[in-house]
Design a protein. Structure first.
Length: 401
């Protein structure tokens, strides 16, 4: 009986967060790529304002991530994530009723605060506090399910937008947040305490202030930020970019749908090899996959086989990177103040996410060629790899990785 209860308390938070992460990433992040141009046309906005409001949303999320993490450190994820779902519902309602530039920007401001409370950083902090030293596998399991967000919500948003329009689409997404994610987050709780790390390790866990003074914090933050810039820009613009290379829209959507399963494949691989490979080694592999993916598009982007290869490597990299973001900060800085430290680490990444769509929109609007666009992204990806290698080098570590 006791074993059954322990299993239930272990599975429950993972199952809850698996559902809410798919819905939250799908509605808050991936849907925008499908509806952005329709919003721009219907509201009479410029491309810069349309994508700029989404970038502002990510900027707000970055500013709110550290306070959200501190609240989770103190109170746990239950109430913080429930409040995030409530704000998501309100933000989507405001977005569905937007009639001008200001109301549109207000909706994305509310959604930015909500992002800090419902996306991976909040979920990882909740799992770290629930599972302690045993959080690596729950984090990997959660990201395994979260990888389906784009696969589910790109086609779903395309179908809803085509049949009912973007306003109704976001109204439905508000209901998903309020009627599904909010009640699930209210039910969220942690399992009974399991084996804890040795006392010496807990006592040596860094505070937020100590982490901010550690050189590994800033190089790791730079590595994550460079990747976030690329992933956010391409998440919004990938489909139109590939279509602009001469690929039919149906083929582009089909190929882009490979990204989700590849994210899942990468996470399955991490779960299988994670006990044999150190987090630093896994991180190096996933950081190296992104420049390889971009190189394929730079060299042969007009061939569908190259696009497919890009989607495979891009998905694998993004999938594993999500786990790396969850486990490497704990390995470097400890678990006691994980929420605050992870929130602070996430802030530069969310700022980069905010810049990514806007910068790529400006590059595209100035009719830059594919070679310039992919070449720029390739250089940023190589810089990201170099920053990560420096962050996890033995001399920079607080704890063994």
């Amino acid at each position: 009986m006791r074993g059954s209860m322990e299993h239930h308390r272990t599975v429950k938070p993972i199952a809850i967060l698996a559902v809410t992460q798919i819905v939250s990433w799908g509605t808050l992040y991936y849907a925008f790529a499908i509806v952005a141009r329709d919003i721009e046309r219907d509201l009479g906005l410029s491309s810069a304002w349309t994508f700029g409001a989404f970038s502002w949303c990510l900027l707000v999320a970055g500013l709110a991530s550290t306070p959200a993490g501190m609240l989770i450190d103190r109170f746990g994820g239950r109430y913080v994530m429930a409040a995030g779902s409530l704000l998501c519902g309100l933000g989507f309602i405001l977005l569905s009723r937007a009639h001008d530039a200001l109301s549109y920007a207000l909706a994305w401001t509310v959604l930015g605060v909500a992002m800090a409370g419902v996306l991976y950083e909040a979920a990882f902090a909740s799992l770290i506090h629930a599972f302690g030293a045993l959080a690596r596998r729950p984090i990997s399991t959660l990201t395994l399910f979260g990888g389906f967000a784009s696969t589910v919500f790109w086609p779903l948003t395309l179908a809803l937008n085509s049949n009912a329009g973007w306003r109704t689409t976001f109204w439905y997404y508000a209901l998903l947040q309020l009627l599904l994610c909010l009640p699930l987050h209210v039910l969220l709780d942690g399992p009974a305490p399991g084996p804890q790390p040795q006392r010496a390790r807990v006592d040596s866990d860094l505070s937020l202030r100590q982490a901010l003074r550690h050189p590994a914090f800033w190089t790791l933050a730079a590595a994550f930020a460079c990747n976030s810039f690329i992933f956010s820009g391409l998440s919004v613009h990938l489909i139109p970019i590939l279509h602009g290379l001469g690929h039919p829209m149906a083929s582009v959507v089909l190929l882009a749908a490979l990204i989700g399963p590849m994210q899942v494949t990468g996470r399955l691989g991490e779960m299988a090899l994670g006990q044999r490979l150190a987090p630093a080694t896994i991180g190096k592999l996933c950081f190296a996959a992104l420049p390889a993916a971009l190189l394929a598009l730079l060299v042969c982007g007009r061939q569908q086989t190259a696009v497919a290869l890009f989607c495979v490597l891009y998905g694998l990299s993004n999938g594993i990177l999500t786990i790396v973001r969850g486990i490497v900060p704990q390995s470097l800085f400890g678990a006691r103040n994980y929420g605050a430290i992870a929130g602070a680490l996430a802030a530069p990444s969310l700022l980069a996410k905010a810049a990514g769509p806007l910068v790529l929109a400006a590059v595209i609007d100035h009719h830059a060629g594919a070679a310039l666009l992919f070449g720029m992204l390739l250089l940023i990806a190589l810089a990201s790899y170099a920053f990560f290698v420096r962050a996890v080098r033995p001399a920079a570590r607080v704890f063994p990785l």
